[in-house]
Design a protein around this ligand. Structure first.
Ligand code: SF4
Length: 63
């Protein structure tokens, strides 16, 4: 399965991903972006987020 992954080394916590796709991205308890564990991910929505992430730090990885 393809899973969205955030490279926290580059993420600037702009929260654009959360605004665009709150079913997939959220802030975790220590204030970092977290990908919510789902059975499958909405590829069109995630691709839209990938396009808009200002740091281009979201990618698909194989889970
Ligand atoms: S859109 Fe990109 S830079 Fe902004 S919080 Fe999400 S992962 Fe981080």
């Amino acid at each position: 399965m393809m899973i969205p992954t955030v490279d926290m080394a580059d993420c600037v916590l702009c929260e654009m991903c959360i605004q665009l796709c709150p079913t997939v991205f959220r802030l975790n308890s220590v204030g970092y972006i977290e990908v919510i564990e789902l059975e499958s991910y909405p590829s069109e929505d995630v691709n839209e987020v990938i396009k808009h992430c200002p740091k281009k730090c979201i990618t698909w990885t194989t889970g």
